[in-house]
Write a protein that binds this ligand. Structure first.
Ligand SMILES: Nc1ncnc2c1ncn2[C@@H]1O[C@H](COP(=O)(O)OP(=O)(O)OP(=O)(O)O)[C@@H](O)[C@H]1O
Ligand SMILES: [Mg+2]
Length: 241
């Protein structure tokens, strides 16, 4: 459902030029949870930002199978509004919830910002909160929830718009082991949902969590390649940084 080919991106110019992505190829099937690993500064967030339509690539193409299909890559962010509104949902390390409105209102607000009418937004937000098993916490303020629960609200917000692809940049970075594992299980459930399967591309520094994904990819030298648990361990304990 996601096809990335020949993606290149560099920053700066002249002697300050830094080539970060040097021809990234990757694809995700519907319902797949893929973990992306690699040393700090290798370009994982840059890749996610381009797939998420926040940054343009210098070269290459991205396709998302959706209705209608989306094709971009080198288009400027203001030309890929649909990618951000309907294509991808985001999960960040530090939840990014608004603390002065309730958890369900966080989900409603993001739907409304994406153009969903108020009553429809409320219905969809409530059902998303049920899918992440927070039906009994809808009216809690974010700071009345545990870290794991706050991340679940962020997941509800990301899936509420029926976006086919979830981009998660170190989603468990601020969680303890148990809460982190429960977020991964939630991703897996959402991927396996026969009614509305999503796909997840997740950056993580934790090889154990990565090994729970369907597949692991390792980014090095500006490209991604299939990885197994052993090289993933090597990458985080070796001299890569
Ligand atoms: N807007 C920018 N301008 C200049 N350089 C940038 C910019 N964004 C990222 N970079 C550089 O690109 C490289 C890749 O950064 P990126 O944030 O993608 O790494 P990362 O793999 O996500 O690292 P981490 O694991 O630490 O989050 C870094 O060297 C960074 O300094
Ligand atoms: Mg990063």
């Amino acid at each position: 459902m996601l096809e990335v080919s020949g993606l290149k991106k560099g920053f700066g110019s002249g002697s300050n030029r830094l080539e970060v992505l040097k021809g990234v190829d990757l694809s995700l099937r519907k319902g797949e949870l893929v973990a992306l690993m690699g040393p700090s500064g290798c370009g994982k967030s840059t890749l996610l930002n381009i797939i998420g339509g926040l940054l343009r690539a210098d070269q290459g193409s991205i396709k998302i199978e959706s209705k209608p299909p989306m094709a971009y890559g080198t288009k400027a962010p203001n030309q890929v509004i649909d990618v951000r509104r309907k294509g991808v949902g985001w999960i960040f390390q530090d939840f990014h919830l608004l603390n002065h409105i309730s958890s369900v209102e966080n989900v409603i607000l993001s739907l409304e910002l994406a153009g969903v009418e108020a009553r429809e937004a409320e219905t969809r937000a409530k059902s998303a909160m049920e899918r992440v098993e927070l039906a009994d916490r809808m009216n809690f303020m974010p700071n009345e929830l545990s870290g794991g629960q706050q991340q679940r609200v962020a997941v509800a917000r990301a899936i509420a718009g029926s976006r086919p692809l979830l981009l998660a940049d170190e989603p468990t970075g601020n969680l303890d082991v148990k809460a982190g594992e429960s977020i991964i299980s939630l991703f897996k459930e959402l991927c396996a949902d026969p009614n509305d399967p999503i796909s997840v591309l997740m950056v993580t520094h934790d090889p154990i969590l990565a090994s729970k994904a369907d597949r692991m990819l390792l980014m090095r030298d500006g490209k991604t390649a299939a990885s197994d648990i052993r090289s993933a361990w090597g990458e985080t304990t070796g001299d890569a940084e």
